[in-house]
Design a binder for this molecule. Structure first.
Ligand code: PEP
Ligand code: MN
Length: 338
């Protein structure tokens, strides 16, 4: 911890802070500058009392931790990029992985048609919601376990591993049984008990950014996965609430660069929820690849206008194939492949 004293602190006041730091179990190292005095407090921040109490002292200007609060997800803990293996697909390596499929699993026909088409176009994983977190209780809530069974069948037919959302702790085992990666949605991004339950299944956890979440809060929510002995965490930027209402959310591509700098965990971008408009998905995918995303999560539907959920933002099968072609040169230009 770094403790900065206020200007014009007397030697007695400085000494009182030094003694308090010792009492709290740290070794103080005093540095007198021209205008300020700074005290380095050396000790294990985890096993001693919190030095934050010094903020209440009138002679103290600030108390700043040296260690990051997001210890395990930070690059301090693990300088190299981590990779996550989901059913044999490696996310975080040279290849940018594309997870594609419908917002909701609606029927066997819809899912199989989509799964075969996205596979043929080069997708590496299949997405699809079986438990849907709908804003209104009167809207389609998903097919539940039936949807999970269809996803597992699609994986059997295409070989594409599955990513799908769970909404509650009691669904964790069930969803993990059928899928290869567990999605925690934006509405549950700080539901820590749910995050822990997902982590404990041992399956990779894709943690969406809460729609009103700061990046630091998101990193700390991810910390719950690693702190519960599951190293397989992926962050997913999916847009945040801002004053702008032209798009459904504001896709924060700067967050990709920030998370890459702060964390070793792979980062995924979901431009479908991010913009809410099918017409913007292709350009935002290209931007995401250019800024360093490790994977994309894209909503694809054989007939978007008839989709039961998120009809406005799903791209069709032809649009998805065209997108995959467009992404290849961009991936190459940033030293990646797709
Ligand atoms: C989704 O992926 O369909 C979804 C509901 O995502 P989010 O939690 O980001 O809204
Ligand atoms: Mn959706």
């Amino acid at each position: 911890m770094i403790v900065v004293l206020k200007n014009n602190v007397s030697p007695e006041e400085e000494n009182a802070v030094v003694e308090e730091i010792k009492k709290l179990g740290y070794q103080p190292h005093v540095m007198h500058g021209v205008a300020r005095t700074v005290i380095g407090a050396i000790g294990d921040e985890q096993s001693h009392r919190d030095l934050d109490v010094l903020n209440a002292w009138t002679q103290v200007e600030s108390v700043t931790p040296i260690q990051k609060r997001h210890k395990l997800v930070s690059r301090e803990a693990h300088p190299q990029n981590s990779t996550v293996n989901a059913g044999g697909v490696i996310v975080g390596g040279k290849k940018i992985q594309v997870m594609a499929g419908p917002c909701s699993v609606e029927s066997e026909e819809q899912l199989m048609k989509t799964a075969h088409a996205v596979k043929a176009a080069g997708a590496s994983m299949l997405r699809g919601g079986a438990f849907k977190p709908r804003t209104s209780p009167y809207e389609f809530q998903g097919l539940g376990e039936e949807g999970l069974k269809l996803l597992a069948k699609a994986r059997e037919e295409t070989g594409l591993p599955i990513v799908t959302e769970l909404l509650s702790q009691d669904q964790a085992e069930l969803v993990a049984e059928y899928s290869d990666m567990l999605q925690i949605g934006t509405r549950n991004a700080q539901n820590f008990q749910l995050i822990i339950a997902a982590a404990k299944t041992g399956k990779p956890v894709l943690l969406k950014r809460g729609m009103s979440m700061r990046i630091m809060e998101w990193l700390l929510a991810g910390e719950y996965v690693l702190a519960n002995c599951n190293p397989n965490l992926l962050f997913c930027e999916r847009g945040i609430r801002t004053f702008e209402d032209y798009t459904r959310n504001t896709l924060d591509l700067s967050a990709v660069a920030v998370v890459k700098a702060e964390s070793h965990c792979p980062i995924v971008v979901d431009p479908s929820q991010g913009c809410g408009k099918a017409s913007l998905v292709r350009s935002m995918c290209k931007g995401a690849v250019a800024v360093g995303a490790d994977a994309l999560l894209v909503e694809v539907h054989p007939n978007p206008t008839e989709a039961i959920s998120d009809a406005a933002q799903q791209i069709d099968l032809e649009g998805f194939a065209a997108l995959m072609d467009e992404l290849a040169p961009i991936a190459e230009s940033v030293g990646r492949e797709i």
